[in-house]
Design a protein around this ligand. Structure first.
Ligand code: ADE
Length: 218
């Protein structure tokens, strides 16, 4: 059972995603367990402060270290061997091969979702991996974390439902992206399904699919 935890100021953002479709199925089948920690619960003082102004001046507020350290410690109590992942546009670009590796690994993951203008750099000392979903800046790490979690969970054994789907998507090496697919009707508003796909000729269909697949990173 894969343990996936999230630390966020907006844990309710994950409700819909975790309760729908593949993610919901994965939990019901016991392939994964999700836990969300509200960073605010670890905030300091009567106002449960989680951010503060930067030393040296500058605009905006930074996430303070103490609440994040406390939240990670709480998450590690539940899963002591978990790897801690910081969502940041400065991180390594997320790839399908990494999703595959993390879905196969024995360890759980704790995703820290940053917010606001940034975080105190000492937070990095808590972290095993820094991950970005692309060269653009989002308001927070929640959407990137959902993207990454989805890409891992759907690869957990038994989740995708049938080895055939995995095969169709990735021709074994994980390097090849999906080919175009069609369903009924064979003709719709003048647009026809390629003849070869209606032919029933398996070798030719396989060849067509290979020719029409996109290569990763192209
Ligand atoms: N937080 C804000 N932007 C991000 C990005 N592109 N990837 C990961 N985390 C982020």
């Amino acid at each position: 059972m894969k343990k996936i935890q999230v630390i966020s100021l907006f844990p309710e953002m994950f409700d819909g995603v975790f309760r729908t479709s593949m993610m919901w199925k994965a939990q019901k089948e016991g392939a994964v367990e999700f836990r969300c920690h509200n960073l605010r619960d670890y905030g300091i003082g009567p106002r449960q402060q989680v951010d503060d102004t930067p030393y040296g001046g500058g605009d905006g507020m930074l996430l303070k270290p103490e609440p994040l350290f406390a939240a990670v410690e709480a998450a590690k109590e539940y899963d002591p061997t978990a790897k801690v992942v910081l969502m940041t546009p400065r991180g390594a670009r997320w790839k399908q091969a990494t999703a595959q590796a993390w879905s196969e690994s024995e360890v759980g993951y704790i995703f820290i979702c940053g917010r606001y203008e940034g975080y105190d750099e000492r937070i990095v000392s808590l972290v095993n991996e820094q991950v970005s979903v692309g060269d653009y800046v989002l308001t927070g790490g929640e959407l990137p974390a959902m993207t990454i979690i989805d890409s891992i969970v759907r690869l957990l054994p038994g989740v995708l439902g049938g080895e055939a789907s995995a095969e169709i998507e990735s021709f074994s090496d994980g390097e090849t992206l999906e080919f175009p697919q069609y369903t009924k009707p064979a003709e719709f508003r003048g647009m026809k399904v390629p003849d070869v796909l209606l032919s029933g000729h398996h070798a030719q269909i396989q060849k067509w699919r290979q020719e029409h697949s996109l290569k990763a990173d192209s």
